[in-house]
Design a protein around this ligand. Structure first.
Ligand code: FES
Ligand code: FES
Length: 163
């Protein structure tokens, strides 16, 4: 099959690439656009290290042919911070030591970000379910869950202060 021109909004900016049918979204992010935050772990949809947001929903980018996301919005870990200013979720991961080797961290943060965007007051179970597709070999998950709950609490407090 011939290559196709794909247009997508990547971290808020319209970008274009020429893709073969076999090119995954993860390939495009890392190899075409040089965004190395999403990691290639298993390459089979099982570890979540390649998680990004596709039109606001977390997806494993290693399983998605990039030609299928033409016209979509993709957000990666690189699109979250505002300069040196981390998002509340990123800051909570730092504050609660929720990252060790860091390989799972971008995917974890994208899954957590999607959760808090749709559920401002998640339960512990909600957080566990939101990150159940993200494998972490280092932390034992507890600090990650604590970080996400803490970010949610901080975001709710900030929203109350704004009223
Ligand atoms: S690299 Fe995509 S799920 Fe493991
Ligand atoms: S921090 Fe090492 S895999 Fe999660």
């Amino acid at each position: 099959m011939p290559s196709t021109i794909v247009t997508l909004t990547l971290n808020g900016t319209e970008r274009e690439l020429i893709a073969r049918p076999s090119t995954t979204l993860l390939d495009a992010l890392r190899e075409t656009f040089g965004l190395m935050g999403a990691k290639r772990g298993c390459g089979q949809g099982g570890c979540g290290s390649c998680t990004v947001l596709l039109d606001g929903r977390p997806v494993v980018s290693c399983l998605i042919p990039v030609v299928t996301v033409d016209g979509s919005a993709v957000e990666t870990i690189e699109g979250l911070a505002d300069g040196d200013r981390l998002t509340d979720v990123q800051q909570a991961f730092v504050d609660h030591f929720a990252t060790q080797c860091g390989f799972c961290t971008p995917g974890m943060i994208m899954s957590a970000t999607a959760l808090l965007d749709r559920e401002p007051d998640p339960t512990r179970q909600d957080v566990a379910e939101a990150i159940c597709g993200n494998v972490c070999r280092c932390t034992g998950y507890e600090p990650i869950i604590t970080a996400v709950l803490s970010a949610a609490a901080r975001r709710r407090a900030a929203a109350r202060a704004d009223v």
